[in-house]
Design a protein around this ligand. Structure first.
Ligand code: TRP
Length: 255
């Protein structure tokens, strides 16, 4: 039996965080043993915000290096840069014609980003999910490992594929989201109620994969906990300490 196909990717904006690693890339390594894996560097997706060309180029290569450092083996998996495979943008155009304005305007990421970048609400931001659908459908992927925040993008991908298949006959495989069993949702160290983000403006909130070890320790030591003198897992009452416990558990694999 042929192996199931996996496709996933990360945007090449700046530095990756510990959240990107524990929530996604760490699991990619394991999957390459059992699946046919395609791991992409989503550099076209980054164009929805303004970039410095030199920086974008170096971020793209930096991400490639990080994939390899995280154990993704180019002999086992297909690693590629999205912009170098022209079919992604080509299929995105076709799929645009099968996607409704209404469904795109309901995407939470679009709503969030257009509030954040109110001075640059471009059409790319709006059709971002269609390019992502093209990424996935092009490879006839069975499974797409994504974090919780990308689940909605996978749902719209399925809707677009089903719509196209309904009109023209079975063309695209309908992909499923693959939410890894221990894909930890890592929160900020200073604001443990929001996801650890590469673009956090709060100092010491995010651990970056190329932070120096002593810097990482410093950030952990400064992390926000609470005033109760006890270590216990309770996301609601003790989000800070619970986040540290999840990170510890994800790294040491202790439950
Ligand atoms: N939108 C994803 C993110 O921000 C990145 C991405 C682009 C992706 N294309 C994809 C993820 C295809 C999975 C499959 O994290």
């Amino acid at each position: 039996m042929s192996k199931k196909v996996i496709l996933s990717g990360v945007q090449s904006t700046g530095n990756l965080t510990l959240g990107n690693y524990l929530g996604a890339i760490k699991n990619w390594k394991k999957m390459q043993e059992d699946y046919e894996c395609h791991y992409m560097i989503a550099n076209l997706h980054t164009l929805t915000i303004r970039n410095d060309p030199e920086k974008l180029r170096s971020n793209t290569l930096n991400l490639l290096a990080l994939y390899i450092a995280a154990g993704i083996d180019p002999e086992k998996s297909n690693i590629f840069i999205q912009s170098q495979v022209a079919s992604h943008a080509e299929l995105a155009w076709v799929l645009n014609c099968f996607t409704y304005m209404g469904e795109l305007s309901r995407m939470t990421q679009f709503k969030d980003k257009s509030t954040k970048h109110a001075d640059n609400i471009n059409s790319g931001l709006f059709t971002y999910p269609v390019l992502m659908a093209a990424d996935i459908l092009l490879y006839q992927a069975d499974l797409v490992p994504v974090g919780e925040d990308q689940k909605q993008h996978l749902e719209i991908t399925r809707d677009i594929a089903e719509r196209f298949n309904g009109i023209y006959g079975k063309t695209f495989k309908i992909p499923e989201a693959y939410i890894g069993e221990n894909a930890a949702r890592v929160m900020g160290l200073q604001d443990p109620t929001s996801k650890m983000s590469k673009s956090s403006v709060i100092p010491n909130d995010s651990i970056f994969l190329n932070d120096e070890p002593d810097e990482i320790m410093k950030k952990f030591k400064k992390s926000v906990t609470d005033s109760e003198n006890i270590v216990r897992f309770d996301v609601k009452e003790k989000p800070g300490i619970s986040n540290l416990i999840s990170i510890y558990s994800a790294i040491t694999r202790k439950k």
